[in-house]
Write a protein that binds this ligand. Sequence first.
Ligand SMILES: Nc1ncnc2c1ncn2[C@@H]1O[C@H](COP(=O)(O)OP(=O)(O)O)[C@@H](O)[C@H]1O
Ligand SMILES: [Mg+2]
Length: 469
Amino acid sequence: MERWKIWSIIIIMSIALVGVALSQIYWIKWSISLDEKNFDAKVFRALNEVKKQIDENIKNQTLVQDITKDLLIKETENYINKLKSDSSQWRKSQILSDTRSLTFSLNPEIYLENLDPKLINEFIKSSLKSQGIKLDYNYGIFSKKYEDFIIINDHFVSPSKNEKVSKTNISNSNIYNSKYQIQLLTTEFKSPGSLKLLFKNKAEWIWSNILPTMLMNMIFTLLILFAFSYTIYIILKQKKISQMKTDFVNNMTHEFKTPIATISIATDAILNPAIISDKNKIIKFANIIQEENSRLLNQVEQILNIAKLDKHRIQLNMAMVNVHDIIERSCDHLALKLEKKKGELKTDFKADDPEINADEIHLINIFNNLIDNAIKYSLTEPKIAIKTQNADNGIEISISDNGIGIPKQDIKFIFDKFYRVSTGNVHNIKGFGLGLAYVRTFVEAHKGKIFVKSLKNKGTEFKIYFPKL
Ligand SMILES: Nc1ncnc2c1ncn2[C@@H]1O[C@H](COP(=O)(O)OP(=O)(O)O)[C@@H](O)[C@H]1O
Ligand SMILES: [Mg+2]
């Protein structure tokens, strides 16, 4: 997949995710305000219900405290008695009720002050319940005359005229400001006071309504985000792998082309009638063919070996071997290559006990690979140092060079199969990216460890530890 395609997918997906998130925030806000409106409407319906019930209750009530009213009613009763005897019973009760209304209109405060807190609470409770609201609440009856509450939560409280926030504790100021209120006992002329409600857990209640959907939305959005990031990660990884494979194939064909071309030229030469009779020349060309052929074989072997690298199928021929001897042999093997680059190699064998239990062939290959790299990845004359020492019931070997080093971001990948640091056009060092994968696999097969330290343009140090076993 091309770069721009990946980027467009990332951008489109990010826009979509941000869009989804924004619309969710909008939706939540909208839902909260809707819930709140709904709640308010229910509360006001309940308050109206309470008001109606209180009015009903008042009408059928005679209050001893209201002397004027009593007197008035007495007078009325006298009047009724004086009415013609044929006047209907209905008419009489009508007059009585009119009088009651009148007294009430004249002095509704009296009624307000004589409300029964327990009864009001009953009214509130049942009205709220019928609206489906089961939240805890505080209520208060506020009197205009006293400019304070006269009833709070089932109790009469003494109103104070002077202090704004009264003796009836601080929470009253909350009730005072509550928007849930209704004028009680209103007459044409005035209203003596109001009923105020305060819900303690209203916000919680509203949130608990939308929380489940909100959480689900969030979880799904996160899931999408996760799946999306993972997909991008996989795409990038695949891209890298495919790049690595292309590099590998290019490398391989290049490496194979030279020997094949040389062999082809040599055979052409042999077949030349002028040469075919010259025994010495034929031997010379045959030697070239053989040499190139073995080079080819070597490379094929290297690729096959690494393809077989499966930890579970590794078989080691363990025997006691002397690590110092192995390193010496490896150095001899690469001496020619080192000489060609005018490099120098110093050994410093400090291990008193260089014997470990290991597979000799693989051990040689491990050192061959590391020393080969040390020679290869140097643009100047390589200076290589190999040190050993006994440590932690085993042996520690350090191989350091002054070569091109490995960029920090590449270090964690160099042990991967086919991985090669992309070098741009600075130099052109051949390889398949298989050497270090081999090294790590077999160091670990020997229960050893491998570490690398590297500074770009300064050099690289590989440290291997083998247990004695
Ligand atoms: N001594 C070293 N100095 C600098 N870079 C190194 C060294 N050894 C390994 N590397 C980097 O690690 C990569 C992997 O090494 P390796 O597996 O041996 O593959 P190859 O040598 O075939 O490229 C190399 O391509 C190179 O970029
Ligand atoms: Mg290598």
